[in-house]
Ligand binder design. Structure first.
Ligand code: PGA
Length: 246
């Protein structure tokens, strides 16, 4: 595992964008996995700028997002589809048939929706580079603590911690959905390479446990210790607990 520590969040944003752009320039038809949340917003802004400056192009890139709220059809303002269009897809040159998000609309069979997404990833040849954030409880995607490591795309209930963390995007916590469709830990571990972005002092303890503690389902991100090609991009606030544990 590589760990890159930066002075500020802005440096993480820029370095992550440069890394992703570099990988796309090496393999222009790459398959890229993408996260939502506050963490990647700065990286997306930098990537949009780099596309405008013609330093990178997404014309032949295919993307798969990690997760989406259950029973959303992707038009809701808080849906991850709208988030991704606002933050990235509407500002870059990716064809609108080349980006994908999991979807479990009302009235659809959850297992069928999960299988469709798993098969779409497989049909694209698997994910070359997955970009992850990490939740305040160590979740990756919506794989909450306790999620078995092997599973693929699945429907999951959200913990109170995650619903409270995400309530800042909603009028009230009661409006935060209680379930989601997400790539599983198995889907994430099958990605050929991974970068994980972590920012802020609030995540320092859980990052230290994830990277330096035992591999345990209680801290889902700890499974990444077992991945052969992972680089963590952290700001110094998030990395504060790492030195102490080394
Ligand atoms: P955040 O969420 O980037 O909004 O902190 C990260 C996550 O839940 O994966």
């Amino acid at each position: 595992m590589n760990i890159r520590i930066f002075e500020s969040e802005r440096e993480v944003d820029l370095a992550a964008a440069q890394y992703v752009a570099g990988r796309i320039n090496e393999k222009p038809d790459m398959v890229l996995g993408l996260p939502t949340g506050g963490t990647p917003e700065g990286m997306y802004a930098n990537l949009a700028k780099m596309v405008a400056e013609k330093k990178v192009s997404f014309k032949t890139v295919t993307t798969f997002n990690l997760d989406e709220y259950a029973y959303y059809d992707g038009t809701e303002p808080q849906s991850y589809r709208v988030f991704m269009k606002d933050r990235l897809f509407d500002h870059i040159d990716i064809p609108n048939t080349s980006y994908h998000l999991p979807s479990l609309p009302k009235g659809r069979d959850a297992q069928a929706c999960c299988l469709d997404y798993e098969n779409a990833i497989k049909a694209a040849g698997g994910i070359d580079l997955m970009v992850l954030g990490m939740g305040g409880n160590g979740h990756i995607g919506f794989n909450e603590p306790g999620t078995p490591f092997g599973i693929g795309v699945h429907k999951t209930e959200l913990t109170e911690k995650t619903r409270s963390d995400n309530s800042r995007f909603f009028a009230s916590e009661a409006d935060v959905p209680t379930a989601a469709i997400t790539m599983g830990i198995g889907s994430i571990m099958r990605c050929r390479s991974i970068i994980m972005l972590v920012k802020g002092a609030a995540k320092a303890d859980v990052l230290a446990m994830a990277l330096s503690g035992p591999v345990t389902q209680a801290i889902p991100a700890s499974v990444l210790q077992l991945h052969p090609f992972i680089t963590v991009f952290a700001d110094s606030a998030a990395a504060a607990g790492l030195a102490a544990r080394r």
